[in-house]
Design a protein around this ligand. Structure first.
Ligand code: KG4
Ligand code: ZN
Length: 345
């Protein structure tokens, strides 16, 4: 499929509980980016309720799109927009469909190309928005509510999976432990806050699969937290949170560091919602400094779900493999397939 050269791409993201739209110029310059979070809607249920998320996207997408277009000097006519990119998976079916249908409609109405973007690939592109001259190869630690992946990136869009979680994702572990500790939803930011006042050495929680390759496991850690708190009901929540956060970060940093040494990476890059974690951010920077390689930690707004990363990944996809057919459907189970890595079988 021939590449398509475009300037301004409108990105749309509705895969989970953020409704987002953004305009990105040339794949790297954010012209506008609007994110409307549904956190308050889902908080009382302790997690994302798929049916509610889908309905909320239907209500929120039109105003979010209008804001993103207006901030980019455009409007409903699509003036100045050269293509429309949208997350088509992985994610919640009902939520994905809202964004995919809207993107196809706009592409047809405006007469511009439509391109479907893999949400995981979009997270990998987030760092390029702030650091377009990142050196290669890179190791990206992609840690979100649904995924925990270590990926070697040898050029934009050229990657190899090094490892992933065999059970819970890192963000899922934060959310489940936070719920157990009564800290509410979403759990990651809550644990991060509370942990600041706790003793990370108060509990010796397990570091699963440490030193054993690049796969991760967090369900044993979650069970260990539950067991310890039941055994020690007097334990300070701050200490449990700090010890838990320390255990997760120890494993994430240690594996990312080993992977970087293994592949001769010039830098480690963080991506995904859990990359907003303060301890993970400071520890990865310290580890990279000690190892004499670069560390790239995107701003928190680009770690969590946003549409600027979708527009950036869409721009790159268009340039390299062209537009997607309008028959492309939402794919809730889409995986990160390293289609551009020549050394993979
Ligand atoms: O990438 P993201 O916004 O959505 C998904 O694609 O999953 O990630 C959301 C996840 C949630 O599990 C949330 O608890 C976690 O990122 N998270 C954090 C922090 N901020 C968000 N986890 C740990 N520490 C944080 N500060
Ligand atoms: Zn995400």
């Amino acid at each position: 499929m021939p590449g398509v050269d475009v300037q301004r791409v409108l990105g749309i993201e509705t895969s989970c509980d953020e409704t987002a739209a953004a305009v990105v110029d040339g794949g790297t310059t954010i012209v506008s980016s609007v994110v409307s979070s549904q956190v308050d809607l889902h908080a009382r249920y302790g997690g994302v309720v798929p049916e509610l998320a889908g309905r909320a996207h239907v209500e929120l997408l039109t105003p979010v799109l209008a804001d993103a277009l207006a901030a980019a000097g455009s409007d409903a006519s699509g003036r100045g927009i050269d293509a429309v990119a949208v997350t088509y998976g992985p994610g919640l079916m009902g939520s994905l469909l809202v964004g995919v249908a809207e993107a196809k409609a706009l592409s047809m109405a405006w007469g511009v190309p439509f391109v479907g973007v893999n949400h995981l690939e979009a997270h990998l592109f987030a760092s390029l928005l702030e650091q377009p001259d990142l050196g290669w190869p890179l190791v990206v630690l992609l840690v979100s509510g649904g995924h925990t992946l270590l990926v070697e990136v040898t050029a934009p869009g050229t990657y190899r999976l090094l490892g992933g979680t065999i059970d819970d994702a890192a963000g899922e572990a934060f959310d489940k432990v936070a719920r157990f500790l009564g800290l509410g939803y979403p759990g990651g930011p809550a644990i991060d806050r509370v942990a600041e006042d706790g003793d990370p050495a108060a509990f010796a929680f397990p570091r699963s699969l440490l030193g054993k390759g690049y796969d991760f496991s967090f369900s044993g850690l979650k069970t260990a937290v539950v067991n310890e708190v039941r055994k020690h009901p007097e334990a300070r929540t701050e200490d449990v949170a700090a010890s838990f956060r320390r255990a997760v970060v120890d494993v994430l940093v240690s594996k990312a560091r080993a992977a970087a040494a293994d592949v001769g990476a010039r830098a480690i890059c963080l991506a995904g919602g859990v990359a907003a974690n303060s301890l993970l951010r400071s520890e990865i920077v310290a580890a990279c400094e000690a190892d004499g390689i670069g560390a790239f930690v995107p701003s928190r707004a680009l770690c969590t779900d946003n549409a600027a990363m979708v527009a950036a990944a869409g721009w790159w996809r268009l340039a390299n493999s062209g537009a997607s057919p309008l028959t492309l459907g939402a794919d809730p189970n889409l995986e990160l397939v390293p289609t551009h890595s020549p050394d993979l079988s």
